[in-house]
Design a protein around this ligand. Structure first.
Ligand code: COI
Length: 356
């Protein structure tokens, strides 16, 4: 596809951008441009780069009423030679199309998705940070823009990509996070949209998120109450366990869990390192008992935004279950993954894709 460029007349100055890159935080600063592709009359049209800025939207746009919206998250990493790479972008392209199918939205060809990332990062490459654990977070998303209040799949959509320099998702230096067991709210159920990356799933995670924060935790863990409280995932990331017999366990994709690209990559890296890997049903009781008996030696959260973050403790009502202080395997996996992404560890699975 040929992208047209309508570049901003008011680019951020080097001084302002450097100030942002000194302390990028997460999700609060955005680059100078965005990608836009319209969907109308059954086809994707007019791929272009425009200045980053507000969306003018009709109040009756379908997304504002029935939440027909999907998104992705991936990162662009700066390598020592100045080149910029992303990680397994076709996995995100495929997942976005699976999400689109579930939300009755049109699919975008995978190569157009990846080209859109490349076009944006090429223009805004100066925004890719190079600090430890930092990257340019890319946020592709599609929403129903048709002006219509009937409940049916919209006929018009907008696909966009925006980009935001990012450091640690949880803020500050990396430290173990506390997790709250969500007993009052479920995230998703069989047959629902849990496996799709749609805004609605995250909206549903916010009341439990407030509950978690009220108990001093930074994320909730969601359970499947109809299946013996099998662990599903955290509000915005997957969860993994390391056992004393060198096994990495993560909940099996049940149809209501998001298939994380980081999750999938870690399953491979763990195997490369001689760990056994089990994708299976694991209940909250097994988590609690495993910690108490010493069978589970490490617990961590993983996702594009979270990378790999150790879980320091689990709070379940009045019970506090501390995770063991050990984080060796967690940190080794984190280092290897970040090493591949930033070009200092050999990319033996060909996961990297050069953007600039
Ligand atoms: C990601 O890890 O990219 C996510 O989408 C999680 C969250 C920030 C919504």
């Amino acid at each position: 596809m040929e992208f047209t460029r309508h570049l901003t007349q008011t680019p951020t100055t080097d001084v302002e951008r450097d100030k942002v890159l000194q302390n990028p935080g997460f999700g609060t600063h955005f680059t100078d441009h965005q990608v836009i592709i319209d969907y109308k009359d059954g086809a994707w049209r007019n791929p272009r780069i425009e200045a980053y800025g507000p969306i003018m939207m009709d109040p009756a746009a379908a997304v504002l009423h029935y939440a027909q919206e999907i998104f992705e998250g991936l990162k662009a990493y700066r390598h020592a030679d100045g080149s910029v790479w992303t990680f397994r972008p076709f996995e995100n392209a495929k997942r976005m199309n699976r999400s689109a199918a579930r939300l009755a939205m049109p699919q975008l060809p995978e190569d157009v998705f990846v080209q859109a990332l490349k076009e944006l990062v090429e223009i805004d490459q100066a925004w890719v940070p190079d600090g430890d654990g930092e990257a340019l977070y890319l946020r592709p998303f599609t929403y129903a823009s048709e002006v219509f209040l009937g409940v049916r799949p919209a006929l018009e959509y907008s696909f966009r990509v925006i980009a935001s320099p990012a450091a640690n998702y949880f803020g500050g230096p990396l430290k173990p996070v506390s997790i709250w067991v969500s007993r009052n709210y479920a995230r998703a159920a069989a047959g629902g949209t849990g496996a799709a990356k749609c805004g609605g799933n995250y909206a549903a995670s916010l009341a439990p998120q407030l509950e978690a924060e009220a108990h001093g935790c930074s994320q909730s863990v969601f359970l499947d109450p109809l299946n013996d409280n099998a662990i599903e995932e955290l509000g915005g990331m997957n969860v993994c366990f390391i056992t004393k017999d060198n096994t990495l366990i993560t909940p099996a994709l049940s149809g209501s869990i998001l298939e994380g690209v980081t999750r999938k990559s870690l399953l491979q890296l763990a195997q490369d390192h001689g760990l056994k890997v089990e994708e299976r049903r694991i209940t909250i009781d097994e988590w609690e008992e495993g910690i108490n008996s010493g069978q589970i030696t490490e617990v961590f959260a993983c996702g594009t935004a979270a990378v790999i973050t150790p879980i320091g403790e689990l709070k379940d009502g009045d019970k506090v279950i501390p995770s063991p202080a050990k984080t060796d395997v967690t940190m080794a996996l984190r280092q290897e993954l970040l090493g591949i992404q930033t070009g200092v560890v050999e990319d033996r699975h060909n996961w990297l894709y050069q953007l600039v």
